[in-house]
Structures are given as structure tokens and as C-alpha cells.
Ligand binder design. Structure first.
Ligand code: MTE
Length: 480
């Protein structure tokens, strides 16, 4: 892995010679299926109010999840850990030893799965053990809504299914540590080394959190919503908070979810109930949800304060423990994701043939933005930023926007309320003439979002190593 260091990059002249090449088919086209004609699909698909009527002809084709491997089983290395009840895919790369389970897929395999990730290859970030919830306990799982509310409530998952409107949203979860490995190469942070596959996309089914909070009726003066999971860790249960006004805003799309890709949540992903916060760092999406507390102040949970922050760059690992006021400063807590992108092909270390029959190479990868914003531009440079090429972008998420208003998937409405927000990653690609690749040392990519926030050239190093997003660089290894 090689990283962009400010000292190693020649300062680009302010010059923008953008070469737009003709669009090529989106990277995920082969993963889109017309579900109306998908005879071997094992997914439910209902049209509200017309369950028994012949299915109307749909022009819609939206992506469905890749099938998970049926034979996934408990791996021998997990048998001696508290997670001995959790079946897992051996392709996932363990980043923190055997336990706790923190894993990403090989980047090319994640990309090859397409827009939606199977539960097998979805990244996992567990601070500790995975609570063991048997299938027959799922519906009785109880959680509470308490704190500054007029009507504190306790609900089971069965109540949630029975009494609330269900929705299904495609959402990309991104760990705030995605791409941290590059920071650790420059200077060790306190965090472990994620590559660029600390993100995944799934169809999440559940209840919009605003519907639940309206039932409990937040009191005047309430400003935050705290979440707590069932995983007891050395510093207490995992917990964090988001702002109450985000939770009440349907465009923010915050869910309390019980299904992922149409199935009961996998134990690693929160079985049986979790929060899913689109457009924000994954750390806010609390798994194994037990408690929702409405408060006047942000969460005082240890993991809210000492995790998921971008502290000022001068705070180093040695001094960091001595700065309680700096850690507690809510201005340094991170919520919305920042704009980011990575190249998946060529992969790091891939040999690119410059003397073969092919005239061009399809350079391709992913990009995302935060807070519901859309990625509006992806650019590639072959000369360290002197000139840029405009890449083509595919937004598979938009395919769901074509769905009829009353369409449901996995028992949840493909809701319209979020349709102006982008909750998912997108894919970019560009055919580069082999001659141009042969003359270049590296490929760098940067994305821009609709507010013109563009990935920076230089890295912002911080002690926890989070939200790393400088231009992503892959060295070209040529094979003549
Ligand atoms: N919730 C609980 N209860 N415990 C955890 O360790 N990790 C958080 C979040 N929710 C965590 C949690 C972090 S840091 C991330 S990035 C996401 O879960 C990862 O979700 P995933 O493992 O389903 O991909």
C-alpha cells in the first residue's frame, strides 16, 4: 500500500484539462435483475393492495442482493471465543486477530458483488462479543424508549412488526476507519488498519425512527437520542447518540431495522434489532439495540466520547489520555461521512499488461458522500494532479427511485420520503488507453459531492485515524 504524502507529490499547476471519454456500461449492470421476471428469486415481492391480483407489468429493475453461501458455518478459530455461535465466511480478512471480529472483504471481491453486498462479505465492526440470540427469542426481543418523553414505552420486535409501518431502504454503511491503513503507514494512530473495504451496502427493512419517537412524544428541551446495545464491554454497554431533529426528519432515513437483505439480521450485524443511520459513520448505527433514551445532552457513554472523533491533528497518542476536555468537546465528534472514493481495478499490486492485445484498461472503483449528498464528479489523474480525466458514474440506487410508489420489498415500503437523498455508494469507471497507462507511475482518484466538497490532496492525520479521504493512489505495476 502506498499513500499520498504531501512531500511526495509534486505541486500541481492550477490547470484543468479534462478529457471526457464516452460513457461505458455501469460496473453493476449485470447485477440488476428485473424482479418481475425473476422466476428463481427467493425474495418476497408484494404490490400493496394487489397481493392476489396478477402482477402488473413493471418496467422497474432494481438490484437485489447476491445470494449468500448456504454452507457458511462456525469457523474453527471462533470456537474458542465467545462468538462460537456465529457462522462466518472465511474470505473476510480479520484485522484485529481472532477476536473481537473486525473484518473486511478483499476489495476486489466486495466490488465484484456489485451494488449490494451479501451478508457473507459485509464488513463487520464489533467492539466485543456478539450477543447470542436464538431464533425463537427474536420476536420477544424487548427494547425501551425512555428519558425526556411523555410516554416511556417498552416494545418487543413483535410489536414493532405489528404496530408500525415497515420500510425497506438500500443503505451503505461505512466505518469511520475506512482507509485508516494509509494513515497508519504515515504515523500509527490508535486504531487498527482498515483497507478501503470498510463499507458495504444492504437492503435494510424496519421502522423509521421518527415514527417510534412520535409514539413516545419527546418533551420540550429534548435535543438528542441516545442508543445502547446489548454488548457489555470493558467500559460499559456500547452506546452513542444522534441529534433528535435528525431522528425526526424522514429525509435522514434513520431506521430501527430487523432485516438485512430480506433476512433476519445476521448475529454480527445486530440480530435481532439495530439502528441504521444513512449517510453517517457506521459507529452511530448501534447493533443489538436495547435502549433508546431521549436527552438534553449528547450521550455520555464511554464509546461516544472516546471513539468516532477527529481530534485536532496535534493531539498525539501519548498525550491523548491527558486531554479529557478535548475528548469531550462535541465539536470533534463525527457524524456525516465525508466525500471519499477508491480504485478497485487496478488493485494494489496488480500487474497491468502494457504489451497485450487490449487497447485500453477499464479503471474502476467506488465513491460516496455524506449526509444524504450525491457524488457529482469523479476525476482521475495519471500525472499526480497536473491534469484530470472525468470518469463516468453509475448510481444503482437511482434504480429504486423508478419503483412505483406503492411497491414493497421484504414487507417494507420502498419509501418515497428519502428519494432526494443519496444513501448509497456509486460506481465510477473510465477506459484509459494502454499507452497512457504505460507512461504513468500511478493512478489517483478524487470525488466531489453536490456541495462541491472535493477530496483533498493531503491527508488530515488524527489520533483515532478516522474519515481518511485524500486522493486514493494505486501504483501501476507494468507487465510488458
Ligand atoms: N453497535 C454495538 N452494539 N456494538 C458495536 O461494537 N460497532 C459500531 C456500529 N454499531 C458497534 C455497534 C461500529 S464502529 C460500526 S462501523 C458499525 O456498527 C458496523 O456495523 P456492521 O458490523 O454491521 O458492519
Amino acid at each position: 500500500m502506498e499513500v499520498v504524502r504531501s512531500s511526495s507529490v509534486a505541486l500541481p499547476k492550477p490547470q484543468t484539462s479534462v478529457l471526457a471519454l464516452p460513457p461505458t456500461p455501469p460496473a453493476t449492470a449485470s447485477h440488476s435483475r428485473d424482479v418481475s421476471s425473476d422466476s428463481d428469486s427467493d425474495t418476497e415481492r408484494e404490490v400493496r393492495g394487489s397481493r392476489n391480483a396478477p402482477s402488473p407489468v413493471k418496467s422497474t429493475a432494481y438490484p437485489l442482493p447476491p445470494k449468500s453461501r448456504p454452507d457458511t458455518t462456525v469457523l474453527p478459530e471462533d470456537l474458542k471465543t465467545p462468538d462460537r455461535h456465529v457462522p462466518r465466511d472465511s474470505r473476510l480478512i480479520r484485522l484485529t486477530g481472532i477476536h473481537p471480529f473486525n473484518t473486511e472483504a478483499p476489495l476486489s471481491e466486495l466490488y465484484n458483488e456489485g451494488f449490494l453486498t451479501s451478508k457473507d462479505l459485509h464488513f463487520v465492526r464489533n467492539h466485543g462479543h456478539v450477543p447470542n440470540v436464538e431464533d425463537d427469542e427474536v420476536l420477544n426481543w424487548e427494547f425501551s424508549i425512555e428519558g425526556m418523553v411523555e410516554q416511556p414505552i417498552k416494545l418487543t420486535l413483535a410489536d414493532l412488526l405489528k404496530d408500525f409501518d415497515q420500510v425497506t431502504y438500500p443503505i451503505t454503511l461505512v466505518c469511520a476507519g475506512n482507509r485508516r491503513k494509509e494513515q497508519n503507514v504515515v504515523r500509527k494512530t490508535k486504531g487498527f488498519s482498515w483497507g478501503a473495504a470498510g463499507l458495504s451496502t444492504a437492503l435494510w427493512t424496519g421502522v423509521v425512527i421518527g415514527d417510534l419517537l412520535k409514539r413516545a412524544i419527546p418533551k420540550r428541551g429534548a435535543r438528542y437520542v441516545c442508543f445502547e446495545g446489548a454488548d457489555k464491554l470493558p467500559n460499559g454497554y456500547y452506546g452513542t447518540s444522534v441529534k433528535l431533529n435528525w431522528a425526526m426528519d424522514p429525509n435522514r432515513g434513520i431506521l430501527v431495522a430487523h432485516k438485512m437483505n430480506g433476512e433476519t439480521l445476521h448475529p454480527d450485524h445486530g440480530k435481532p434489532l439495530r439502528v441504521v443511520v444513512p449517510g453517517q459513520i457506521g459507529g452511530r448505527s448501534v447493533k443489538w439495540l436495547k435502549k433508546i433514551t431521549v436527552t438534553a445532552a449528547p450521550s455520555d457513554n464511554w464509546y461516544h466520547i472516546y471513539d468516532n472523533r477527529v481530534l485536532p491533528t496535534m493531539v498525539d497518542p501519548e498525550m491523548s489520555a491527558n486531554l479529557p476536555e478535548t475528548w469531550k468537546d462535541e465539536r470533534y465528534a463525527i457524524y456525516d461521512l465525508n466525500t471519499n472514493s477508491a480504485t478497485c481495478y487496478p488493485e494494489h499490486g496488480e500487474k497491468v499488461s502494457t504489451a497485450g492485445a487490449a487497447n485500453s484498461y477499464a479503471v474502476r472503483g467506488y465513491a460516496y458522500a455524506g449526509g444524504g449528498k450525491r457524488v457529482t464528479r469523479v476525476e482521475i489523474t495519471l500525472n499526480k494532479g497536473k491534469t484530470w480525466l472525468l470518469a463516468n458514474i453509475a448510481y444503482p440506487e437511482d434504480e429504486y427511485r423508478q419503483a412505483p410508489d406503492d411497491d414493497t420489498l421484504y414487507g417494507g415500503r420502498l419509501d418515497v420520503s428519502w428519494r432526494e437523498s443519496c444513501f448509497c455508494w456509486c460506481f465510477w469507471h473510465l477506459d484509459i488507453p494502454i499507452d497512457s497507462l504505460a507512461q504513468a507511475d500511478d493512478i489517483m482518484v478524487r470525488a466531489m459531492d453536490e456541495s462541491m466538497m472535493v477530496q483533498p490532496r493531503d491527508m488530515y492525520w488524527s489520533v483515532l485515524g478516522m474519515l481518511n479521504n485524500p486522493w486514493f493512489r494505486v501504483v501501476i505495476h507494468k507487465e510488458a
